[in-house]
Unconditional design. Structure first.
Ligand SMILES: Nc1ncnc2c1ncn2[C@@H]1O[C@H](COP(=O)(O)OP(=O)(O)OP(=O)(O)O)[C@@H](O)[C@H]1O
Ligand SMILES: [Mg+2]
Length: 353
């Protein structure tokens, strides 16, 4: 078991500051996902917790103990690196078993653990290969197996599924979630895939430019994004952000208007998720536009609607496909609108229940 606490961490590389005064407390057994775009500081955060990088200022505590000066090997954690970090001259089996070997585990027990870990990630038939003879996805699974071959007090996983094909990724995702529950090991997991974040996390921390934007359960982040950036990062496809103006109790847009209450006059960004928009009769439409794209996703159809200069994504039932260029009328679910300040992009209206 382990708690992790980051206390006002700043990390600079020369003149560039990658992390700004970052504070975060991770609970024992929590599955915490760091989510954010490329370059926002996810790997840097992980490397500091692992002890592979020193913070410029601030304290890192594991189980209450300050570990800033504790070498990586003494922190009792297993990390899956974004670039695998495998030993090229060792077989898959030896790579997986390495953390056991350095801890002096007897050969027979080691082999059993290696087999069990390899089976979990479907590598059983590749144990004698070298990393150079594997695909990217297979290497990634070797790195995963090496992390789960023993039970450390903390898992750090940096995009561990990014190189797997979609089917294997879904399978591994379920495996990981299950494994983490079984072993009850605190896990910090990095991804820029919001689906992965939503499905795996007890809590998601969204980062941007070395700063935390929002921290909350997947449901909180989905239902109450604190700003337009967070809103635009969650959902598949993410929330539509439509620039317009509030006047006389209405949101006014080049392609229509929507009654809204409780918002001050002036420019705003209206947020509405694709699944919270319906097709409507032309007379009753909030917004009218033309069909830009129509994609059957299986259980739904995703329509791209050109409205003024905006492209609005609309998710409708599977039998609602449209022809490109067709005129189309849409209605927004009044109870599910979000609004963001046009200048600072912060939420100014919480989603009503
Ligand atoms: N050793 C370094 N020297 C200089 N700058 C660095 C160094 N390591 C990271 N950076 C910079 O710090 C920022 C954060 O990098 P980091 O690797 O943490 O991003 P990330 O969120 O993991 O991105 P990605 O999703 O692409 O892996 C980036 O702008 C990166 O260029
Ligand atoms: Mg990274």
């Amino acid at each position: 078991m382990a708690t992790v606490s980051l206390d006002r961490i700043t990390k600079s590389f020369g003149a560039f500051t990658a992390l700004h005064d970052l504070s975060l407390d991770i609970e024992d057994r929590e599955f915490l996902v760091l989510l954010g775009p490329s370059g926002c500081g996810k790997t840097t955060t992980m490397r500091m917790i692992a002890g592979l990088e020193d913070p410029t200022s601030g304290d890192i505590r594991i189980d209450g103990e300050r570990v800033n000066d504790k070498p990586a090997r003494d922190r009792d954690l297993a990390m899956v690196f974004q670039n695998y970090g495998l030993y090229p001259h060792m077989t898959v089996a030896d790579n997986i078993g390495y953390p056991l070997k350095v801890r002096g585990m007897a050969r027979q027990e080691r082999l059993e653990r290696i087999k069990a870990a390899a089976a979990r990630v479907e590598l059983s038939n590749l144990l004698e290969r070298k990393p150079g003879e594997l695909s990217g996805g297979q290497r990634q699974r070797v790195a995963l197996a090496r992390a789960i071959v023993r039970t450390p007090r903390l898992f750090l996983m940096d995009e561990p599924l990014s190189n797997l094909d979609a089917k294997l990724r879904n399978l591994m995702r379920a495996q990981l979630k299950h494994l983490q529950r079984d072993l009850a090991i605190t896990t910090i997991y990095v991804t820029h895939d919001q689906t992965e974040a939503m499905t795996l996390a007890d809590r998601i921390v969204i980062m941007r430019d070395g700063r935390i934007q929002q921290s909350g359960s997947p449901a909180e982040i989905y239902e109450k994004p604190g700003n337009a950036f967070v809103a635009s990062f969650i959902g598949s496809p993410p929330m539509n952000l439509i620039n317009g103006t509030i006047a006389n109790g209405k949101f006014v847009h080049a392609a229509g208007s929507v009654p809204v209450s409780g918002l001050p006059d002036g420019p705003i960004i209206l947020g509405v998720r694709p699944e919270d928009i319906k097709l409507s009769e032309p007379g009753a439409a909030d917004i009218t536009g033309t069909v830009f794209s129509s994609e059957l996703l299986g259980d739904s159809v995703l329509l791209g609607v050109t409205a003024g200069t905006d492209l609005i994504n609309v998710k409708v039932g599977p039998r609602n496909g449209r022809q490109i260029g067709e005129p189309i009328s849409i209605g927004l679910d009044r109870g599910k609108l979000h609004a963001f300040d046009a200048q600072h992009h912060n939420s100014i209206m919480e989603r009503r229940p």
